[in-house]
Ligand binder design. Sequence first.
Ligand code: SF4
Ligand SMILES: [Zn+2]
Length: 474
Amino acid sequence: MSLNDLTGAYPERAAERDRWILARRPPRDAVDPWHPNAFLLEEERAESGEIVSVATIFLTNRECPWHCLMCDLWKNTVTESVAPGAIPAQIDYALAELRKRRSAGSEAASPADIPIAGSDRGQGHALGSLVRMPALRQIKLYNSGSFFDPRAIPPEDHAAIAQRVAAFERVIVECHPALVGEPGLKFRDLIETGGGGRPAHGGVIRGGITQRHAGSGLPAAPLRSAAQAGDPAYNAVGRVPSRGGIYGAMYNPCVPGPTPDPSQEGNVSGASAAGLSSSGKAERGFVAAMAQRASPDSADVGGCGKKLEVAMGLETAHPRVLEKLNKRMTLDQFRRAAEFLRRNDIALRVFVLVKPPFLDEAESLVWAKRSVDFAFDCGAAVVSLIPTRIGNGALEALARRGEFSAPKLATLEAAVDYGVGLKRGRVFADLWDLEKFSDCETCFAQRRARLQEMNLRQIAQPPAGCDRCRERAG
Ligand code: SF4
Ligand SMILES: [Zn+2]
């Protein structure tokens, strides 16, 4: 590697960016493909307004094929696809460990009986403080990439995964917009039926794209994608002609599809929903057992029902900065993926970066606000504001060149104040490692508590901060 490779400017040409980013990576962490790399329980405000507990499992799997400039999620991934069965085993392990933390009884009578060890990430509590939290009703399966990337999460495991999460009223997965398509619809149906069969509600017409036979007992009608629905703009970005268009290929669950080529902007590894096995072979975990007991009514607490939620990284609505992030996604592509989710009754969560590279502090606040607006315009139920963090080598290199610095806590606070004030949906601040963005020990705890309160209550809270910070803020 030449000195220029290590010290050179971030390439203007998209084709050279992967190499620049990869050259600056620190070593990958050692992870076990049969164990999740982390799991925790956190509190979150649900759509219904209730505070619910969320089991968040960080699955170990193959690295995401994109190489975004700000991403460090690859650190806890492996270089090859995990074996079928590994992901369900990881979920079983995490849920079993969480069950061990119950404060009383030998078996969970309901998800609400699971006590929480808390977390130091997101909206959770500090680790080590066993507290009884609200009902455990949601689960996040975050895989440091795209849940619907067939080389990350083996599609033949989808049914077994669905069985394990069927008791939760909300199942949240993450996905690059290019991979939002029909496998997501099939997985949606699987989690609504506990891993097999037709949807418990008998099938509904959803938004004009997906049609199901209501109560016919017949297999669901072939599902149509946004592209097949005649959206010319969507077709324009699909570049998988050998597969018959964006969603043209038949889906063989026993043969993982090729990893999408991120060099093809807008590439979508799509598939028809046909052929996905509904037989989960792995042993069912305790949550799946609860699913057997759960009545349809009990799964519908809060009026939200069981439902898939897909989290997509918008990162920023700044078109030029988004392009430089190397995510190989445009705002139009994001918008179309969001529309596909909306039409198919899948909730949308959006990740927005606070202060991505190439923006100064003032610009970053302006664009954080615009990004929140864009996310809600796309139908987001949740916007999660994530302060951009160093740690992947590339951002450190940009920082040395004066093209990146971490956001100030005040910028995150202002973005959250704005988003919550809109009242267009829930806006959460990611509180992980929040102290890294503070330069004042005097008032940090107070300011963190305020953000946590806003996360949970979704209403403005009185400003927090010591006199010195207030003076500096003017
Ligand atoms: S798409 Fe997401 S997981 Fe993949 S590299 Fe980009 S930020 Fe990381
Ligand atoms: Zn202060």
